[in-house]
Ligand binder design. Structure first.
Ligand code: HEC
Length: 91
């Protein structure tokens, strides 16, 4: 029962992360390739190749890195959803 509830929660977070990936402004998809999201951006590194874990994604979103802007408009929950999604989508 608990495992089921957690699986459902995980799927929801993935879904939210996948949507955010294409819908935040500016969209991650504009700059990054990520097969799971159908993204083919070439300005930043391919996330399929980089395979960042969730904490690396979260850090990039909070602080920005190089040419990549920070995303201060995202809530803590949204940052975490994106981190979990990118990690899960690239394992
Ligand atoms: C305007 C283009 C742009 C957008 C939009 C963008 N990125 Fe990036 N991103 C980059 C570039 C360029 C780098 C490489 C930065 C460097 O290493 O100098 C990068 C690096 C990264 C890294 C690697 C960080 C590290 O520790 O090396 C991750 C993870 C990442 N981006 C995730 C995302 C996610 C998730 C989003 C959407 C919320 C996003 N990016 C939006 C351009 C972008």
């Amino acid at each position: 029962m608990l495992a089921l509830a957690m699986a459902a929660f995980g799927a929801q977070a993935d879904d939210e992360g996948r949507k955010l990936f294409s819908n935040v402004v500016p969209a991650c998809a504009l700059c990054h390739a990520l097969k799971d999201a159908g993204a083919q951006g070439e300005i930043g590194p391919s996330l399929d190749e980089l395979k960042p874990d969730a904490s690396r994604v979260e850090k990039a979103l909070r602080l920005g890195i190089g040419q990549m802007p920070a995303f201060p408009q995202l809530s803590e929950a949204q940052v975490k959803a994106l981190g979990r999604y990118v990690e899960a989508a690239t394992r």
